[in-house]
Design a protein around this ligand. Structure first.
Ligand SMILES: C[S@@+](CC[C@H](N)C(=O)[O-])C[C@H]1O[C@@H](n2cnc3c(N)ncnc32)[C@H](O)[C@@H]1O
Length: 273
């Protein structure tokens, strides 16, 4: 295709009436991981897009290895996807990706005795795990860390020295999310300057900023001066399907200290317009 025709094709293929057909073509005929992410052909586009961005950032920071985490594993379908995408992204970027899945193994723990854990939605013991059968579906890059995140996260932080690049929060409860979010801040651990985050429970009708994950995000930002969580601004640029709900669940943890210390070494114009 000549340059002009190819540009025209790209332009029209992304318009609503044509994009579904174009998506099928990419799904069945393209071997490019970046095209698959852009055209949302993966089962969990939130995981593929988030982890790919994290690996690209790791590369730009000169890092060779990162960790990807899923908080809240349950039956494990999300973790199996993360494990698979980590392998594909590793091939694409050359960045080694280790995956950790944190879960109690026995479903939701005791809820707080007030509205913040949404007792109107969740009950203790919801979403138990079959640990042995899940382990058989995972590659050796992925480790299951079983126990309450209140104990397993501090323990993990004392041992871990690799930067965290991507984290999915799907623990349902405000109380569990508060404990898990401590993984984003540790004096002796350097994460990516911008860690990609996915929050699963922020856009349901019952959600509000005084409970659940939204309250946990507000409190994290109040507590930590050096790491701040905000929405992933412009995440719509990552996909042709820029009206999807999952996009509003993508956040970024910005390391303000690392960015303050940054010395820009560039002679060219700031960025292309
Ligand atoms: C909705 S499920 C996760 C679903 C999974 N991410 C998926 O996509 O298939 C929530 C999980 O969070 C886990 N969980 C909640 N609070 C926890 C805590 N404090 N410690 C460990 N696991 C917890 C529960 O065991 C449950 O399996």
């Amino acid at each position: 295709m000549s340059g002009g025709i190819s540009q025209l094709f790209n332009r029209f293929s992304e318009e609503p009436p044509f994009r579904v057909l174009a998506q099928k073509i990419v799904k069945y005929f393209s071997s490019s991981l970046r095209q698959k992410a852009k055209w949302e052909t993966a089962d969990r586009p939130n995981y593929l897009t988030g982890l790919l961005k994290a690996a690209d950032q790791a590369k730009s920071q000169g890092l060779k290895e990162i960790i990807a985490i899923e908080f809240g594993v349950a039956a494990g379908n999300g973790l199996v996807c993360l494990d698979k995408y980590a392998g594909l992204i590793e091939k694409e970027t050359g960045v080694k990706i280790w995956v950790k899945g944190f879960d109690s193994g026995s479903g939701l723990p005791t809820l707080l005795p007030d509205f913040r854990d949404h007792p109107d939605q969740w009950r203790q013991c919801d979403y138990p795990m079959d640990e042995e059968s899940l382990k058989k579906r995972l590659s050796e890059r992925t480790e299951l860390i079983i126990g309450n995140v209140r104990e397993t996260v501090p323990k993990f932080l004392t041992k871990n020295n690799l930067p965290i690049g991507f984290v999915s929060f799907d623990l349902d409860l405000y109380s569990s999310t508060v404990d898990a979010m401590e993984v984003l801040f540790s004096e002796n651990q350097k994460n990516l300057n911008r860690v990609i985050l996915y929050f699963d429970d922020v856009d349901f009708f019952f959600n509000h900023k005084f409970a659940g994950e939204l309250l946990a995000i507000t409190e994290f930002n109040e507590k930590h001066a050096n790491v701040k969580i905000d929405k992933w601004r412009g995440v719509q640029r990552e996909t042709v399907f820029n009206d999807r709900l999952w996009l509003s669940r993508m956040y970024v943890a910005h390391d303000l200290r690392a960015i303050s210390d940054f010395k820009l070494n560039r002679s060219a114009a700031p960025f292309a317009v």
